[in-house]
Design a protein around this ligand. Structure first.
Ligand SMILES: NC(=O)c1ccc[n+]([C@@H]2O[C@H](COP(=O)([O-])OP(=O)(O)OC[C@H]3O[C@@H](n4cnc5c(N)ncnc54)[C@H](OP(=O)(O)O)[C@@H]3O)[C@@H](O)[C@H]2O)c1
Length: 358
């Protein structure tokens, strides 16, 4: 199927979010027309940053209320669009019927549009690997696009925290199959890793969760990552750029799947320690990590860290197809911290002698 024409119209679901906001910004910068779908255009705390973007004043960027829980909410928005970036979260990943219902109505709006020829859906690294059974990472340590979590595992249930991973695999399959059945559009799947980088609006500090974790570090208390997993990161700006390059790409085909990550990994304590190293002017008082896990998990800390350490993260496919180069994690952390201070007015814990800047 054809890539979207340069300068054509793209709808972005989840535009008020961390990744969606950067997708909107990147599309505008490249000259596209953008229909930014948000839950409620009147929620100014979440949408004014979009109105401040170049393109809004001229009408090249328009905002549209669309509550994903209402079937048909995208019918009018998608009509006339050549591309869709379906970035939005849903309200409940644990409810399979609900998840399938939302996918079905978004697909229906795409089919009805008679104009969309490429859809990029935002899945997750959680649809590639899961933390339900770490032994499975020992058996299959190469983390690349053809990998899925062990779907036969009895631990793979919403009750055991796997709803998000299951829901994202469902999303990917439903969109790929619907595109195949339609023959008029194709679905390209992006599986982002842990997004770090600058927020565009204060409300985004509470989301993520990775930028929220950095906010907590700045405020003086942060927590160990579940199963002692190191952060496996991508800069949010690079993630958005991957989405856009895949909309434009002439080589990709329906169902292609790409992990968006730099392959940088870092333990949460080292992320926190990076703040003072990268921004010594701040005088940041680096706190200790809080480990909330029960003793039986804490006793396995080294074993679990060793399992993560033997994983091999690959991004050959996205780099090969799109020519992407990824920012360093240091750059992402620095810019995330500065945006939390500047945009969200976070007041970090600082050492004696460091205070308010004039
Ligand atoms: N951030 C990461 O590290 C990461 C990693 C892998 C994959 N992803 C995927 O990337 C996508 C975007 O993540 P993000 O970090 O940008 O999340 P985010 O900042 O929370 O943005 C998600 C957006 O989805 C909207 N949304 C949720 N339910 C909705 C509904 N029922 N109707 C309309 N809008 C709804 C939210 O609106 P409200 O604010 O009004 O709820 C929010 O603006 C998600 O699909 C996520 O699974 C993210």
């Amino acid at each position: 199927m054809a890539p979207i024409p340069r300068g054509s119209t793209v709808a972005v679901t989840g535009s008020a979010g961390f990744i969606g906001g950067w997708v909107v910004r990147g599309l505008l910068d490249k000259g596209y027309r953008v229909r930014a779908c948000v839950r409620d255009v009147n929620d100014v705390a979440k949408t004014d940053f979009l109105r401040a973007m170049p393109g809004y004043a001229s009408g090249r960027l328009t905002l549209h209320s669309a509550d994903l829980d209402q079937a048909g909410c995208f019918d009018e928005v998608f009509a006339g669009c050549q591309g869709v970036c379906h970035v939005s979260h849903v309200s409940d990943y644990d409810d399979d019927d609900y998840m399938r219902g939302v996918c079905a109505h978004v697909i229906n709006s795409i089919n009805q549009s008679n104009s969309v020829n490429r859809v990029v859906v935002t899945s997750s690294i959680a649809a590639i690997l899961s933390e339900a059974d770490l032994q499975e990472l020992v058996r299959r340590p190469v983390i690349y696009e053809d990998r899925y979590p062990d779907e036969a595992s009895p631990k793979r249930t919403p009750e055991r925290g796997q709803g998000y991973s299951i829901g994202k695999v469902t999303l990917e399959r439903m969109f790929t199959e619907a595109a195949e059945a339609s023959g008029r559009w194709d679905c390209i799947r992006v599986c982002p890793a842990d997004n770090v980088g600058p927020i565009l609006s204060a409300h985004q500090k509470d989301k993520g969760p990775w930028q929220h974790n950095i906010e907590m570090m700045l405020l003086g208390e942060y927590f160990q990552t579940p199963a002692y997993r190191p952060w496996m990161t991508v800069d949010v700006r690079d993630d958005a750029e991957c989405h856009i390059r895949l909309l434009e790409n002439v080589s990709v085909q329906n169902g292609d799947r790409y992990i968006a990550w730099s392959t940088d990994t870092r333990n949460v304590e080292d992320i926190c320690a990076s703040i003072d190293r990268l921004l010594p002017e701040l005088g940041y008082a680096t706190p200790e990590v809080t480990d909330p896990f029960p003793e039986r998990i804490q006793a396995r800390e080294q074993e679990l860290r060793d399992i993560w350490a033997q994983c091999e993260l690959r991004n050959d496919r996205i780099r090969g197809v799109t020519g992407m180069t990824f920012r360093s994690l240091d750059e992402s952390i620095r810019d995330c911290v500065e945006s939390l201070l500047q945009v969200a007015k976070i007041k970090p814990v600082v050492r004696d002698g460091f205070g308010e800047r004039i």
